[in-house]
Design a protein around this ligand. Structure first.
Ligand SMILES: [Zn+2]
Length: 630
């Protein structure tokens, strides 16, 4: 569907039938930028004042909205929830009557008299214990932050749009204390100091509302590093409240990773500038809790725990930021009409999350082995992890059906599978294409061909792209799509591994201190409010060697008592434990208290792993080489 195009056309016809004088006035109203401002120097009660001045309207009623859903997220955010004290002011300074239609929508009658809209915006980071963006499973990278030392300006949380003026240009003034560092990729028109010099107002220009939502900003006491990767300028902004990490400490890792990504991508059109905004959460009650990253076309916002050791943070950043950066291939250069004409209020979703998220996630894994950043074993371990996780979800659900209906109750819980099975779909297509082309073509070359055909300004038709891909490639892909992407037949991964001389077998594999190869070794007893080790703990070499038994209750970790309230936060830390760390754990067994004070060693478990076939033939070995080393 293409609702927005239809609306524009409809308005165009109406205007053409109006008298010339009226058209002239209307031109005045619609050709000037919508003037907007956010004043971070006048934050009261954690709320920032926003002013929207759209110019003079010629219609009687106008509708103003904040986004219900933002691009790159597949759930309802309702940014209107964070708006307070909404007022429409006329040219004489009086309030006009406003009707709040729903959470995100306001209509203003007598719009011809409307001079400006004013409201206050509440931030979302500090309320994630009970709400925030993403609700029960918060997703901080799409949220907003207002605190004296840091402002995460995901502008979709501050600035809205008029239904009729979505394609208008925007001017945005952001006022903030002059001692704050500010980064933004939006075009900077001018910067002015206040009379007393205490604050600075930076003016930005956005060609249309899309660019407002696509260009987050960060202001604060942070540090910024810039470096060049080929012809891309990378701007890395890091806010670490306790100064545990810095842009300087992460720069080398990001540089090595992005250099490798650029090398892997080859001649794909990229962007002259790419921004990485990193907010590190201090882990307090009012700190953000939904870790991860959200992609934009030329930037990404990352939220991670500040307490991570530097090596663990660097490794997570490689996995996360490489994924976000690969989004410049899809959906940036290859996407459907649903993405291109995104409706923030009532979005429709493409059938092809297997591509946008799945293939992107697959690239983020494959480039690391292709470019020699990881060894084969680690790559196979990552693939096996995705297989295990996806098998724990609904493996017999049509991927295109789930994708298209991802907001609905039946499908929403399966969304996480786009990063698991979605990536595996990418892998299977890659192996099939390598097999059919003597190793010459793969999923990367397919995406390059699609991006040459479409590119960032031309969407594909959602219902036709699979037919097109089949026509561009091989009939075996038709069978694969019909059975495993459109259809609901589970994929037999062993058949694909066999093509490249690999098998799935049982062996001793590395694991962490909370899981055995993906399966949790702790359980919750909600009636007693206790967290305990389950039967699987006996198969976790580290805990088993410490004498831990099934049903031991975890009383405290590193001096902090474990409760139902703080369990998530504590076990997020345990999940990131690395060998070499000193730990103190208190367990309850019956009436006894058992204390474990020791240094972590690598933990192992028996589990499924992907191994090389001893009797693989030359064809299989050659295909494996073409697959892993392009
Ligand atoms: Zn993604």
């Amino acid at each position: 569907m293409n609702k927005r195009k239809l609306t524009t056309l409809f308005v165009g016809i109406l205007l053409a039938s109006c008298g010339s004088s009226r058209t002239a006035i209307n031109d005045l109203a619609t050709s000037r930028p919508i003037e907007t401002s956010i004043n971070l120097s006048q934050v009261i009660d954690d709320k920032a004042p926003v002013i929207i001045n759209p110019g003079r309207f010629t219609v009687e009623t106008v509708t103003y909205r904040l986004p219900k859903v933002v691009q790159g997220t597949y759930s309802v955010s309702d940014f209107g929830k964070y708006v307070d004290d909404f007022k429409a002011i006329d040219y004489n300074g009086n309030e006009l009557s406003v009707t709040k239609v729903d959470t995100n929508t306001w209509t203003i009658a007598n719009a011809t008299q409307l001079e400006k809209i004013t409201y206050l915006v509440n931030d979302t980071f500090d309320i994630e214990s009970s709400g925030g963006i993403g609700g029960e499973q918060p997703f901080s990278p799409a949220g907003t932050n207002i605190e004296p030392d840091n402002y995460v300006l995901n502008l979709h949380g501050f600035i809205g749009y008029f239904d009729s003026l979505k394609n208008n240009q925007y001017k945005l003034d952001v006022t903030a204390s002059s001692d704050l560092v500010r980064t933004s990729a939006l075009q900077n028109i001018e910067t002015k100091a206040s009379d007393d010099g205490k604050s600075l107002t930076t003016s930005y220009f956005a060609p249309r509302y899309f660019d407002i939502t696509d260009n987050p900003m960060m202001y604060g006491k942070m540090d910024v590093e810039e470096f060049q990767v080929g012809d891309i300028k990378i701007v890395l902004s890091v806010y670490s409240p306790n100064k545990t990490h810095s842009a300087t400490s992460l720069k080398e890792t990001m540089f090595t990773m992005m250099q490798a990504q650029k090398e892997y991508l080859g001649d794909v059109n990229t962007t002259p500038r790419y921004d990485i905004y990193v907010y590190l959460s201090a882990g307090k009650e009012d700190s953000p809790k939904g870790f991860g990253a959200l992609e934009h076309h030329t930037s990404t916002v990352v939220v991670m725990p500040e307490s991570m050791p530097v090596e663990a943070l660097a490794k997570s950043m490689v996995d996360i930021v490489s994924h976000e950066f690969f989004h410049i291939v899809t959906p940036l250069s290859v996407h459907s009409e649903d993405v291109h004409y995104f409706d923030y209020s009532n979005p429709t979703f493409s059938k092809h999350l297997w591509m946008y998220e799945g293939v992107t996630e697959y690239f983020a894994n494959l480039f690391q082995i292709d470019q020699g950043l990881i060894e084969e074993d680690e790559f196979y371990g990552n693939v096996m992890g995705k297989i295990q996780t996806s098998l724990a979800m609904n493996d017999a659900m049509s991927f295109t059906e789930m994708s298209e209906n991802v907001l609905e109750e039946k499908y929403a819980p399966q969304y996480y599978n786009v990063y698991q099975k979605g990536a595996l779909i990418g892998m299977c297509i890659d192996i099939l294409m390598r097999e059919e082309s003597d190793g010459n073509r793969g999923v990367l070359s397919l995406m390059k061909e699609l991006s040459n055909k479409y590119g960032k300004n031309k969407p594909f038709e959602d219902d036709k792209v699979i037919d097109e891909i089949v026509a561009m490639t091989y009939p075996s892909l038709r069978t694969f799509f019909d059975s495993h992407v459109i259809g609901n037949t589970p994929i037999n991964y062993s058949a694909f591994f066999n093509k490249v001389g690999l098998i799935i077998g049982e062996s001793k594999i590395k694991t962490n201190y909370l899981q055995n190869a993906g399966a949790l070794i702790v359980g919750v007893n909600p009636t007693k409010g206790e967290i305990y080790f389950n039967d699987l703990v006996s198969e976790n070499s580290f805990w088993d060697a410490q004498g831990v038994k099934p049903n031991d209750v975890i009383k405290s970790i590193d001096g902090t008592e474990v409760t139902m309230q703080n369990a998530n936060q504590i076990f997020q830390q345990v999940f990131m434990w690395q060998p070499g760390k000193e730990i103190k754990v208190k367990l309850g067994r019956g009436d006894d208290i058992i204390e474990i004070n020791t240094t972590l060693t690598q933990s192992y478990t028996m589990g499924k792993s992907i191994m090389k076939k001893a009797d693989a033939n030359e064809t299989q070995k050659e295909l494996r080489k073409a697959w892993l080393k392009g």
